[in-house]
Design a protein. Structure first.
Length: 255
């Protein structure tokens, strides 16, 4: 693996990095309440523009090979941005974080197209939406929250409320994925939930020790599932690679 460029420009930890469907660009979400669009294959310019206030952020470390920062999206989120997803045509993004709001924005203009909000979520100091994902057609989005729910949102209507809420979870939902007919969600309760939308069924898989699952990712074929499990003071975290069809654990990775 060869180092190419670093992604510079945020002033706080980065929580998420997502590539576009064509792999040409990527976007980052950060605790500094902003999202940045990068071309990771080109060298960085001296500054990047924040369309919310037309100010420039200096890139002072000339020793680094920084990726080209194209645009910074500020003034949208009032709190940390935890996750985002990019539409298949690269024209829109959807992002989430602390608070119970989800923002659907135009990439080119940075305009907010819609603000989704689930008023049924219990508002606390820890209220947050941890994860967000488009389906392939970008007509549906799915979110997972700290408040133990997965919400399904209609991207084509003008409604700002979820069309369905899934509430089988016993703890914070850490990550959501969506395929043609399934929603796969990992949870801090140590389980991974698969909702079959065609059969209207839910299948629940648990780790052997109910270790909190902080993320789940699908392979491009959707045949494999990678779970990221939290460690503790006595054991390190681990990655579990699972065959979704058989349920067999193919590999455990620790470090």
């Amino acid at each position: 693996m060869k180092y190419m460029h670093s992604l510079d420009g945020h002033t706080a930890p980065i929580n998420c990095i997502k590539f576009t469907a064509d792999g040409k660009y990527c976007m980052t979400a950060s605790d500094d309440k902003t999202v940045i669009l990068f071309n990771p294959y080109k060298q960085n310019l001296s500054t990047l523009q924040d369309p919310s206030n037309d100010t420039s952020i200096s890139q002072n470390n000339s020793m680094k090979k920084s990726a080209l920062a194209i645009k910074q999206y500020g003034g949208i989120h009032g709190y940390s941005v935890l996750d985002l997803d990019i539409s298949q045509d690269n024209n829109t993004i959807i992002s989430c974080g602390y608070g119970n709001s989800i923002y659907y924005c135009d990439v080119s203009s940075a305009q907010i197209l819609r603000k989704f909000q689930n008023n049924s979520i219990t508002k606390t100091n820890n209220t947050r939406v941890n994860s967000i994902a488009f389906n392939k057609e970008n007509n549906v989005a799915v979110s997972g929250s700290y408040d133990k729910v997965v919400d399904i949102w209609d991207m084509k209507s003008h409604s700002i409320a979820p069309i369905q809420t899934l509430s089988h979870f016993r703890d914070s939902v850490s990550k959501v994925n969506i395929t043609n007919h399934e929603i796969i969600a990992s949870c801090v309760d140590g389980c991974c939930y698969t909702y079959d939308l065609r059969m209207n069924k839910v299948h629940i898989d648990s780790t052997s020790t109910n270790t909190p699952i902080v993320s789940c990712s699908l392979s491009h074929s959707n045949e494999l599932l990678l779970l990221t499990c939290l460690g503790n003071i006595n054991t390190s975290g681990k990655l579990l690679l699972i065959n979704r069809q058989t349920g067999n654990l193919l590999k455990t990775m620790t470090g």
